[in-house]
Each structure stands twice: as C-alpha cells, then as structure tokens.
Design a protein around this ligand. Sequence first.
Ligand SMILES: C[S@@+](CC[C@H](N)C(=O)[O-])C[C@H]1O[C@@H](n2cnc3c(N)ncnc32)[C@H](O)[C@@H]1O
Length: 416
Amino acid sequence: MSVKNQARLLAFETLLEIIKGKRYANLAVRRALDGSDLSLQEKALVAELTYGTVRNQYKYSRIIAELVRKDVDKLDVELLVLLLMGAHQILNMRVKKYAAVNEMVNVAHKLKLHKFTGILNAVLRRVTPELEVELEAKLDGDDKLAFTFSCPSWILNEYDSSLKHWGRTDELEALLTANNTAPSVEITDLKTRCSRVLTSGNPASDPDIQQGTSIVQDSGSLRVTDRLITARIVDPEGEAWADFCAAPGGKALVLATFLEGNAKSSLTANELHPHRFRLLSDSMKRFKNVTLTNLDAREIPGRDVKFDRILLDAPCSGLGSIRRRQELRNVKTLDEVACLSALQVELFSAAVQSLKPGGLLLYSTCSPLLEETVNVVDAVLRTHTELEKIDEQQLWTHLDGTDSMYYCLLKSTLQQ
Ligand SMILES: C[S@@+](CC[C@H](N)C(=O)[O-])C[C@H]1O[C@@H](n2cnc3c(N)ncnc32)[C@H](O)[C@@H]1O
C-alpha cells in the first residue's frame, strides 16, 4: 500500500472514531498522529482529510443523500465515512476525481470492505463541483446558508437570535465564515496575562510552555478571567476564590497565578468528572494556595464554605468554539442545549448560595446561544433578587477574533 494510502487509512480510522464514537476531533487526530510514523507531509494530509471532512460533513451528507436517494443515516457508517472522505478530496482538495475514487476504493479493499467498492465508484464519480453549485442554487433562505456553510439550520437560527439580541443584524454570514476559518494558536503568559500568537512550530516546543510559565489559550478565555480579577482590588487581608467547574484548568491557572501574589488568598478549584479532575490536579499541583475538590458543584453550598469571588465557567454546548471543535455542529442537538441550560441554572444557583455577602460571581460559557447565556442569567436573577448585574459581554469570533464566549459579572448586594 502506498504511503498516501496509509495516510487515507489513518484518516478513515480517525473519522470513523469521531463520527461513530462522537469523539472530539482534535483529540482523535492528535492520538492518531502521535502514534504514527508517517512523514510530516503525510500527517498533514491526515489532518486535512479529517478536519476538512468533519467541517463539511453536513454539506457532503446532503450531496451524498441526493445521489443515493436516501438519508445518509440509513447508510452503513463505514461506507458513509468513505464517501465523505472521497467528496472532500474531490470538492475541496483539488484531487483529480479518478484518483480520489481509486484511492477510496483501494482503502475499502484494504479494510476488506469489498462490498462497498461498487457503490463508492458509482456515487463518487457523480460528485462534482457543478453538482454542489446546482444543489445550492435550488435552495434559499436558511436552508441555503446551512448548505453553503455546512452548519445545521437550527444552529444558524440560534446564532441569528443571539446576534439580533445584541443588535447585530446582518452579521450571520460573517460569523459563519469566521467559524469555518482555522484559528491561530494563542499563548497566554500566566504572570503578565498577555496573549501572543504562535507564528510557527508546535506549541509543545515553545520554551514558555515547556517551563510552565505560559499556556495555550484562546484570548477570549483570558478576557473572562481578567474581568473577575480586575473587578475590584483584592483585599490585602486575603480573599477566598473558587472556580466551580475548573478542568482542564486554563482559567484556574490564570487565577491561581494571580493569587500567588497575595499570600493570604486562596483558590478552590473544583471539577466533577474524575478523568478531568486528574487533568486539573496535574496542572495545579505546583500551587500552594490551591485546594482541589472533586465534587458536583451543586453540592458545594452543603459544605458551608463561602467565597469572595466565584468563577462559574459552566459546561455548555461549546457552539462558540466550533472553529476549533468542528465536530460540535454535527453532534449537538437542541434537546442537549435545553438540558445544559437547566444544569447551568442549577450550577449558577449553587454558586450564588456559596457567595459571601458583597461577593462577586462571574458566569461564563463558550457559547453565544441565548438559552445558555442571557436566559440563564435572567432565570437566576428572578429567584436571587440579592444579585446585581454589573456587566455582561458577548464576544464574537468575527468581531473579536476570539471564540464566541459570553460572560456576566454579578455582585451580591447583601451587607457584609
Ligand atoms: C467549560 S468546562 C471548564 C473549562 C475550564 N474553566 C478551563 O478554563 O479550563 C466545564 C467543566 O465543568 C465540568 N462539569 C460538568 N458538570 C459539572 C458539575 N455538575 N459540577 C462540577 N463540574 C462540572 C465539566 O466536566 C467541565 O470540565
């Protein structure tokens, strides 16, 4: 088997894991590449085949559905992955059609999926840029946008509602374009809280990352922690801070580094899920002023500890970061958003109950969806009238160059 075909085989296995197992694309690709002895060029091919196919999965599925005349969910998943990969090479990688078809047929043989070679041949030979244009021309409105940007309509509608809420009409296409553009790698210096772009090379080889003085982090996350840090001067007598949902620990590292300068202050960093708690423990082990807890944050009020400042970086759909987590658009559902929204309100209420009188609470999500942002804050404010909203901000990928993160800073008006 040619080296190119080995790359395609690895891309197939990685895509199958992502599409079938609903795995994070970045983790699946990293694991595949780390365990492979392919050349750098071939690894780049695996990454392009995987990320590009995931980014365009919605659009390619619609093209394939048109050709096989049935919903792609009815296809065998291995066949679907082979077809999606073939479509990506023909439509977006300038691979000659006969070469793409041959390569995918060879991969099918190598996988002993001989039964699919006929249909692969028949369908891929009919995938053309002209067909893509023809299908797009038949669509209009949201459906056309969904196809063009390969993003399900319900997500477009959610983005649009939020953009409109923030007075941003006519910006949907700009957001979708930004979401389809790979972000640069940004590095945060933990001490200075300044962000820089890594212009070339692997972040793991950056000396500041190796020494642990910097981390890879979207600058939107830095804006979130900065808002909590700069909200008011830290009491010289010390403050108790908490990060309720802290793993893997990017924001907690920034907070802990800041609090190191005030020996009387401390940070409690909490995480529910054991595997993520282990990641958090690894990143926080060098700090003396950090206590780690492995709890459901909704249980924290029962422990009778109160905090001066709380960061609640809540579990969310992540639909503000699809430029770096392309698979999210294909796996998230509106039902899941509704469940997350209910959990966010519960976590938020727990954080309010754990706040000292006069304390500060910062709620954030990596999502611009109203159900996960302003609606959650409104729901909590309805029941916790002791809270006062200080300010809120929705960052947008197309405007701020960050993930589309949301944060709201609130203060307890109870007397200290
Ligand atoms: C958005 S992530 C936090 C990211 C983190 N702040 C950072 O900057 O690295 C949300 C985290 O909340 C955790 N989580 C989910 N449900 C939780 C709960 N009930 N209590 C505590 N943590 C929870 C998730 O496992 C996830 O690690």
